[in-house]
Design a protein around this ligand. Structure first.
Ligand SMILES: [Zn+2]
Length: 108
């Protein structure tokens, strides 16, 4: 990610945490991932979202919206793998994506 995007990235993450507090803490880490663009690990103390450091801002933005929506979608606990991108996940995705867009389109 270019330096100019890093500030925007941090603003997006703090807006997400503010507007959509999860039941347990969510951390977002950028790191080298071998075979994925992003992944989320959830344990008893919260979730960590890993975003590949190889992604540019736009791809990282999409990946973060996708993964954060999984964290918020509590219906997933009862779903099998194929239905993890079901209706409730899609509703969260739409809310999360629009909130993130508001941050990057902010003209301040
Ligand atoms: Zn997914």
């Amino acid at each position: 990610m270019r330096d100019i995007d890093k500030k925007k990235w941090r603003r997006v993450i703090s807006a997400l945490k503010r507007e959509f507090p999860a039941q347990r803490p969510v951390k977002v880490r950028t790191s080298r991932l071998k075979n994925a663009e992003a992944s989320t690990v959830t344990g008893p103390t919260g979730s960590t979202i890993y975003i590949s450091s190889a992604l540019n801002f736009s791809a990282a933005f999409d990946a973060l919206a996708h993964e954060y929506s999984h964290v918020l979608d509590s219906h997933e606990r009862f779903a099998d793998h194929d239905s993890q991108h079901g209706e409730t996940w899609g509703v969260w995705y739409s809310r999360v994506y629009r909130a993130m867009l508001r941050v990057v389109e902010d003209k301040q």
